[in-house]
Ligand binder design. Structure first.
Ligand code: SAH
Length: 247
């Protein structure tokens, strides 16, 4: 999958894209990331990429000209790629959005800065607009990293055999079960017996039940969106009883 990232700060990406799963996906040629410095497309001698907002007020706005030239040049090389803006006004990045994006042949991600980009760029080029959540970042770079990371994890072969996107939270619509590793006792707290049993069916059941318990307690909204099996419903009934006993 091809990722083209349009930014005024390409230096921010060295590090996050040179480690761990993303680096391995690049080495395996599952993804290819190109960084484009929007400033290289400015035509004046100061390479100006931003200007004061019409109507006055604080901050600067990213100019349409350099952005348009940069998008067009990248799009000419990758016509099938989707142009994605980053903005706090976009649709929220979720697991299902990442699953949608992984089916594109490529993403051209535009990182805004300052007060954002000239609105005409949105009108002409935007095919999608992604937000990380209801807060304001200083720029779209961290959002672009989150998009690349969450999408790459879903590409078959990007995760090692010991890692799995399906059992991760949201993979099956629920939050994932809790994890433990050695030692078996820490600060007087012991690892749940089922996990030490070596009995795969017992472990599977424990994990499913704890996944349901976590989801019920932390994200009950997710429970109403999944198809529950009879076993799930029985487990939820048990959880309800257990919690009623604790109260
Ligand atoms: N003035 C804008 C915010 C601009 S923040 C507003 O109030 O809506 C500057 C840039 O940071 C944006 O153009 C966008 O690229 C990025 N950004 C800020 N918050 C973001 C968020 N929650 N999700 C994704 N990108 C964000």
């Amino acid at each position: 999958m091809k990722f083209d990232i349009l930014t005024l700060f390409p230096g921010m990406f060295s590090g996050p894209f040179d480690e761990s799963i993303i680096n391995r996906a690049k080495a395996r040629q599952l993804i290819d990331i190109s960084l484009h410095n929007i400033r290289d497309w400015a035509t004046d001698k100061h390479q100006t990429a931003d200007d004061a907002p019409y109507g006055g007020g604080a901050g600067m706005v990213m100019k349409a000209g350099p952005l348009a030239s940069c998008i067009e040049s990248v799009k000419a090389r990758h016509p099938a790629s989707t142009v994605v803006l980053t903005s706090p006004q976009g649709r929220r990045l979720t697991h299902s959005v990442a699953l949608e994006l992984v089916h594109s042949s490529g993403l051209i991600i535009v990182c805004g800065r300052y007060e954002g980009i000239d609105e005409r760029i949105r009108s002409i080029y935007a095919e999608d607009d992604i937000s990380l959540g209801d807060f304001v970042l200083s720029g779209g770079e961290i959002a672009a990293m989150a998009i690349v990371d969450s999408v790459t994890r879903l590409i078959p072969g990007a995760l090692g055999s010991n890692e799995s996107a399906e059992t991760d939270s949201f993979g099956d619509g629920l939050l994932e079960y809790p994890h433990y590793t050695r030692p078996p006792e820490f600060n007087g707290m012991i690892v749940p017996e089922a996990l030490l049993s070596g009995n795969h069916e017992l472990i599977r059941k424990w994990r499913r039940k704890e996944s349901l318990r976590k989801t019920r307690s932390l994200r009950p909204d997710l429970l109403s969106q999944v198809t529950l099996t009879r076993e799930d419903r029985n487990m939820l009934a048990e959880i309800e009883q257990e919690e009623a006993c604790v109260l």
